[in-house]
Design a protein around this ligand. Structure first.
Ligand code: PHE
Length: 334
């Protein structure tokens, strides 16, 4: 039995034939159990010798089977690896991670500062009408101040690309009147200007708008100071200069001081130590009225800041055209 079984085992070439062999010899009706049962039929004197021999054969065959089965399994694995040479032990390739555009990052930082101060964030349209972009902001047709904003007009008379986010003031006031307002309106603006390292035809602005009883210039100053210190550091000083916008009265321009240690300080501040970050002022009574409010009951302030400007300061970027050039070498630095 042992010789026959061993010979048969040797020619089993795969797992299936090995299993068949196992059933034939070790299965319930296999030859080994049958041989073991014979012990009972033998004369007592032969039983011990027979039993020992049968057990030895059983152990030897089952050991031989285990080792043959192990080898067949390994061979099958090897064959499948050769057939399909995929090395699952190699470390995976990590997918390239996208990043947020530097402009988006700074915008989000600005939103979070203003929302901490209780401002809501609004969107307003980029394609505007002349009325909202100019007239309702206290600039009737032919008003000379319109020259401050070189405008992209569309072929439809009276429809243009907004030159600033200030028309959003009108939309928000009309929607919220007579409630008090504390809102920021971020978004793109367009100006028909020569493209230079300092100015693009498209850029972002963040408009701020506060309307309510007893809103004063002090509130404006406090808001701007808090904003500048959160964004640029606690030690930051602001400076306010008198200015002119048709939709605010009085109008101001706000500068922040720039550390002299910055190698770019002189270039940025032109030696004055101060850098302009926004236009602002108390909302003109005519504009409040155009938004539906009674200037005798409420007052308000507004500001318009340029996030690209701020980002250029923060990161030492010297060419505004980089923002929209889609150059990965630039974008991946942030
Ligand atoms: N809209 C002005 C500009 O584009 C900025 C501004 C906003 C000034 C709000 C005053 C109040 O230059």
């Amino acid at each position: 039995l042992e010789t026959k079984a061993t010979e048969e085992l040797a020619v089993c070439s795969d797992e299936n034939s090995l299993k068949a062999w196992n059933t034939k010899y070790f299965g319930d009706r296999g030859e080994i159990p049958a041989a073991l049962k014979l012990v009972g039929t033998l004369p007592p004197a032969e039983r011990k010798g027979y039993g020992q021999e049968a057990n030895r054969v059983k152990v030897a065959l089952s050991t031989a089977y285990e080792s043959a089965f192990g080898k067949a399994k390994e061979a099958a694995l090897l064959a499948s690896l050769n057939e399909n040479p995929l090395d699952i032990t190699l470390p995976g390739r990590s997918p390239a991670k996208g990043g947020l555009h530097v402009a988006t990052r700074v915008m989000r930082e600005i939103y979070s500062i203003f929302s901490d101060m209780g401002f809501q964030i609004f969107r307003s349209r980029e394609v505007e009408d002349d009325q909202t972009n100019f007239e309702l902001l206290n600039m009737p047709a032919h008003h000379p101040a319109r020259d401050m904003w070189d405008t992209f007009h569309t072929k439809t008379p009276g429809v243009l690309l907004r030159t600033h986010t200030s028309p959003g003031q009108i939309h928000v006031m009309k929607e919220f009147c007579p409630q008090p307002i504390r809102a920021v309106l971020p978004g793109f603006c367009y100006r028909y200007e020569a493209i230079t390292p300092r100015s693009e035809i498209q850029f972002e602005q963040v408009e701020g708008l506060v309307v309510g009883p007893n809103v004063t210039m002090t509130d404006l100053k406090g808001t701007i100071t808090t904003f500048a210190r959160r964004l640029f550091g606690e030690e930051r000083q602001i400076r306010i200069r008198s200015s002119y916008f048709p939709f605010t009265e009085p109008s101001i321009e706000v500068d922040i001081d720039w550390p002299k240690e910055d190698p770019n300080a002189d270039r940025l501040t032109k030696g004055t130590g101060w850098l302009e970050i926004m236009g602002a002022g108390m909302i003109h009574p005519t504009v409040l009225r155009n938004g539906g409010y009674d200037p005798d009951q409420v007052s308000g302030f507004a500001f318009g800041l340029g996030p690209q400007r701020i980002t250029m300061l923060k990161y030492g970027i010297d060419d505004i055209r980089q923002f929209w050039a889609n150059d990965l070498r630039f974008l991946e630095q942030f």
